[in-house]
Design a protein around this ligand. Structure first.
Ligand SMILES: C[S@@+](CC[C@H](N)C(=O)[O-])C[C@H]1O[C@@H](n2cnc3c(N)ncnc32)[C@H](O)[C@@H]1O
Length: 267
């Protein structure tokens, strides 16, 4: 227990494993063991984590600077690191408002570092599970105007939601609740790029982590975007969505990335 927040350090957790791959310090022995076991069979894992952060920065900058999006709902935020969503958005548009959501107590513990946005922009943090969309949207609605477009960021999140919890209906519910002109950004671990190292890595990850990963194919990832307009270049392997989103190293990183817009009318 730290600062009134309780968490179990004896079992590895996604936010802390990911923090280790990104070179952060907010992880414990169990997280480092799990992270290193994955690196043994997939040395590109640190490159993947860093490339996802470049994808995040590219998407947020594009939406804020080029599209005029002023509101971001970043679900599955992770531990604070370089170029958090509010920093990228508010560099382009100082009045941007960001709501962060995560269900891991250690992210809650460090959430203060995410709430540093300067006025006229604002930031808020919601300690909630993405599978509780009514609560997430209600709490987000105290900072965001949900009658105006919102960019929903679900990076590295949906592969933690098993089919039994119907992640497709879940993402649809979020988009149905938001205004036309809203956006959905996803990065998702893939089942059909570099199949063998990915399978071995996930087997090791799932043996250690409190929350297992579900790999999905390109067709399965495409289902998250049903009814939405994919922004070119569409669903791409990580590092190929925009120039500058690749970290030097192996190509064919087993993760898909995409951004799509909610059109006018029902989905
Ligand atoms: C791999 S990290 C991704 C962090 C960040 N979005 C990024 O891409 O750099 C996944 C995050 O999702 C969070 N997460 C996993 N399952 C969740 C759930 N059901 N509801 C909310 N957050 C969840 C984890 O706690 C972790 O912080």
């Amino acid at each position: 227990m730290t600062g009134g927040v309780t968490f179990d350090v004896s079992v590895a957790h996604p936010a802390r494993i990911y923090d280790y791959w990104l070179g952060g310090k907010d992880n414990f022995a169990a997280d480092r063991v799990a992270a290193e076991e994955v690196l043994t069979v997939m040395p590109a894992m640190a490159q993947i984590a860093r490339s996802v952060r470049l994808f995040l920065a590219a998407v947020v900058h594009h939406l804020a600077a080029d599209v005029g999006i002023r509101q971001f709902l970043d679900i599955g935020t992770g531990l604070p690191t370089a170029n958090n969503t509010h920093e990228v958005a508010q560099r382009a548009v100082p009045e941007a408002r960001i709501v962060y959501v995560d269900n891991d107590p250690i992210v809650l513990l460090h959430a203060g570092a995410l709430l540093t946005g300067t006025r006229p922009g604002r930031c808020a943090y919601v300690d909630a599970d993405v599978r509780d969309p009514d609560r997430v949207l209600t709490e987000a609605g105290s900072l965001l105007d949900l009658t105006e477009p919102v960019a929903v960021m679900m990076l590295g999140l949906l592969h933690f939601i098993p089919d039994a919890d119907d992640p497709y209906s879940l993402t649809r519910y979020y988009l149905d609740s938001l205004a036309p002109g809203s956006y959905l950004a996803i990065s998702h671990a893939s089942s059909d790029i570099n199949t063998e190292p990915q399978r071995a890595a996930v087997e090791r990850y799932n043996a250690r982590s409190a929350t297992p990963i579900v790999l999905r194919s390109k067709a399965e990832v495409a289902r998250f975007f049903g009814g939405l307009d994919l922004v070119p270049p569409g669903i791409t392997p990580l590092g190929q969505w925009a120039p500058g989103t690749a970290i030097p190293g192996p190509v064919g990183l087993p993760t898909y990335t995409a951004l799509a817009r909610k059109p006018a009318g029902p989905l």
